[in-house]
Design a protein around this ligand. Structure first.
Ligand code: APR
Length: 261
């Protein structure tokens, strides 16, 4: 296998010579911000049953809803307090360099926007946890507000308008992904010239189609991940490293190759 140094150099060459870069991120880009991933060694699915995270279970089982809200209040706090890490800031740097064609993310933590990437350049395939919505009257509430309610020892928050059931804005297993977000992500991925995957096992569809669309459109593919992914064989460059460590190095090298201060 190529040395890490050589791989960083090759990836920097691709960034320096590309104009429309799609960054595809998964939970692995946020672990260095303190947010656990799903399938890594200590991931969420090693502690909880994914079956409890389907929309059907959420709608039909009040125990499952209570589990979700407990996690959101606990985990949600981790998420709202989490700060971007060097990988998120390196991606924001790409936008400043005029090379970012979009961040297509599976994450619901909002850290790309917190790091400074423009809202209209972040495509959240799995929604986000910034709000929850009433399933009866569609009233939306900021998650912070609901977390405050939960401190009053509420185990399942209900809509303040109609007492309806509230559901976080993240996409649950069994739910459709937001159509416009998916269509725009597909279209940009098919017309990008470089796709960089950061911290994803690439096992969940339709999100995992994004790097495939990029390659079908003729783009180069770089995968930076700790541990194997489903698309390692397809990658032009496959880097086994922490996203927060190598992404800033790649972007810095690309900047100096472009003579950008
Ligand atoms: N740098 C690089 N890779 C990392 C890092 C890191 N700092 N930390 C973890 N990883 C790797 C893990 O080893 C794992 O291979 O990132 C990958 C994350 O994969 P998953 O946990 O499967 O997360 P993701 O690919 O985002 O999952 C997709 O599955 O459960 C659903 O909806 C959920 O959006 C999620 C989707």
């Amino acid at each position: 296998m190529e040395s890490l140094e050589r791989q960083i150099e090759q990836a920097a060459d691709l960034v320096a010579t590309s104009a429309r870069i799609i960054i595809f991120t998964g939970a692995g880009v946020s672990t260095e911000s303190g947010i656990p991933d799903f399938r890594g060694p200590d991931g969420i699915w090693s502690k909880y049953d994914p079956e409890d995270f389907t929309i059907d279970r959420f709608l039909s089982d009040s125990k499952v809803r209570k589990l979700h809200w407990e996690l959101l209040v606990g985990g949600g706090l981790t998420m709202t307090r989490a700060q971007p890490n060097p990988a998120h800031y390196a991606i924001a740097e790409l936008e400043k360099m005029g090379k970012l064609y979009g961040v297509v993310t599976q994450n619901v933590d909002g850290l790309h926007q917190k790091a400074g990437v423009s809202d209209n350049m972040v495509f959240q395939l799995h929604g986000d946890l910034s709000h929850a919505r009433c399933l009866s009257c569609s009233t939306r509430y900021p998650m912070e507000e609901i977390i405050e309610w939960m401190k009053e020892d509420i185990d399942e928050p209900e809509c303040g308008e109609c007492k309806g059931m509230l559901k976080p804005d993240a996409v649950f297993f069994g739910e459709q992904l937001p159509y416009e977000v998916l269509m725009e992500s597909e279209s940009r991925s098919r017309s990008c010239d470089l796709c960089i995957v950061l911290g994803s096992s690439l096992v969940v569809y339709p999100a995992a189609l994004i790097p495939r669309y990029a390659q079908q459109g003729g783009a180069k593919l770089v995968i930076i991940n700790m541990g194997p992914t489903e698309m390692d064989r397809m990658a032009d460059i496959r880097i086994e490293a922490k996203a927060g460590e190598v992404t800033p190095q790649i972007i810095d090298r690309a900047r100096s190759k472009m003579g950008v201060k």
